[in-house]
Design a protein around this ligand. Structure first.
Ligand code: MG
Length: 467
């Protein structure tokens, strides 16, 4: 410890038993598996409209300087020959579910961060109960290596794995040898790993905090660790300053928490007098939606499930929620859904407390992607209380729905005679389909059809894992 601390210090676990698994170029990798002609080629999954952003670029596309969160326009300029595909969330959810199931075989404590990323607490798994010494760095490396092999066998995907004595170290480690990485940081080696990193690598260090730290000459994690704790607290406040200072020392005892519902951002207010005026309630809910979205954005998060909590006069508390097809941090989308949920409760007798929350958090935003994926299907069509239904209805529509004008690049289709394929492109009244599947294993033939060809229909959403 470089400097004395003002409070009790978190205790690090003795084993490198926190594991972080992160699928490599996840969306793009799924596309390359399902579309053999794209294997080894630059693939960019994202919003395909003028305002779209890149969700994932394959490593081949990254070589051209394309990366996630870049505008699709910019990505096209850098990599004009790349395959630009609309996302197929049903396929990604299925692959994700298979990987999460494999992680849960290692331990009941699995904390998904997004579709392609999760922490696993190996200390809660079988290995530990069998024999304590089995969680040596070498044993963790063997577990991680076996996990990588099983993920590849089950899904065809590569996953980068890091492990260490804390979430912070595990997450940093999983990024070190990407793609297909495997890095175990042995107990005692934490600060050697962390200290050279730029300060922005610490969770909770956004541009503003980073700028403040730089203003006092702190550029790396090690610089922060070398400060007296009181300086960090003086600059950043007690909770934030102390939290970051401890992380910089490698002292991170954040637990792996499998409860996804606890990962939410919400605001609520109790009123002095019950409110029954629907106009007033609506404006309160809108204001709360604004506050929630502001907090989401400042944490760099987005969420899929919007909830409204309503405590009625007689202390009955109702919760209404609806799930969007993809994470959003769009103020209007959250406010619209919250308003709608409010109208579904009988508030005529007066409301004592109102709350708005967003859960199902992710560290990415797919609003533009979703808009281009399902133009014409407002996200607010979600069914309260039945998130699964809402999710399924967000995937490309079934064959019954006429949608000839909306063929999206990457979309799965079925031709009555030629079988399964995917849309390579469309325009001027024509749609081009490549007839290939993962099972085919090699590039398939390409054919063009009139967009309204009745023999061509969208494929149903992919089935559940293993199905
Ligand atoms: Mg990833």
């Amino acid at each position: 410890m470089r400097a004395p601390a003002t409070g009790p210090l978190p205790r690090l676990r003795a084993d490198a038993s926190v594991l972080h698994a992160d699928l490599d170029a996840f969306f793009a990798s799924v596309e390359q598996l399902d579309k053999p002609s794209l294997r080894g080629k630059p693939v960019i999954v994202g919003g395909i409209g003028g305002r779209g952003v890149v969700a994932t670029a394959s490593y081949e596309a990254r070589a051209f300087g394309v990366h996630s969160a870049m505008s699709s326009v910019e990505a096209r300029a850098r990599c004009p020959h790349g395959a630009f595909l609309a996302p197929r969330f049903a396929a990604y959810r299925n692959a994700s579910a298979q990987v999460m199931a494999l992680l849960r075989e290692l331990s009941p404590l699995v904390e998904p961060l997004s579709l392609d990323e999760a922490f696993v607490d190996l200390a809660a798994g079988e290995h530990d109960r069998a024999e304590r010494q089995s969680l040596s760095p070498a044993a963790v490396e063997a577990i991680a290596g076996e996990l990588k092999a099983r993920v590849r066998q089950a899904t065809g995907l590569t996953v980068s794995v890091g492990a260490g004595t804390s979430k912070l170290v595990a997450k940093v480690a999983s990024d070190l040898d990407k793609p297909d990485g495997l890095r175990i940081v042995a107990p005692g080696e934490e600060t050697a790993l962390l200290h050279p990193l730029p300060i922005s690598q610490l969770p909770g260090v956004g541009p503003a905090t980073s700028a403040r730290l730089r203003s006092i000459g702190v550029g790396t994690v090690g610089d922060l660790a070398a400060l007296p704790e009181s300086d960090a607290v003086g600059l950043l406040g007690r909770a934030h300053g102390r939290g970051l200072w401890l992380l910089a020392q490698g002292l991170d005892d954040r637990r792996v928490t499998p409860d996804r519902e606890s990962k939410s951002v919400s605001v609520e207010d109790t009123f002095d007098v019950d409110i029954a005026d629907p106009t007033r309630l609506t404006s309160i809910v809108e204001e709360m939606a604004r506050r929630v979205v502001h907090r989401l954005r400042s944490a760099g998060l987005s969420g899929r499930t919007v909830s409204v909590k309503i405590r009625l006069q007689e202390f009955t508390t109702l919760t209404r929620s609806a799930t969007l097809p993809a994470p959003t941090d769009d103020m209007r989308a959250v406010a619209r859904l919250a308003r709608q949920l409010l109208t579904e409760a009988d508030t005529s007798g007066g409301v004592r407390l109102l709350g708005v929350g967003v859960s199902g958090l992710a560290d990415w935003t797919q609003d533009d992607l979703f808009r281009s994926l399902s133009a014409g299907d407002p996200p607010s069509a979600a069914q309260p209380g039945d998130p699964g239904d809402a999710v399924d209805r967000a995937t490309p529509a079934g064959p019954a729905e006429p949608r000839a004008a909306r063929w999206l690049p990457g979309q799965d289709v079925v031709h009555a005679d030629l079988g399964a394929g995917w849309v390579q492109g469309s325009g001027a009244g024509w749609v081009t389909v490549r007839f290939e599947t993962r099972a085919l294993g090699r590039p398939g033939p390409v054919r063009s059809f009139r967009v309204a060809d009745p023999q061509l229909t969208p494929a149903p959403p992919a089935g559940p894992p293993g199905g």
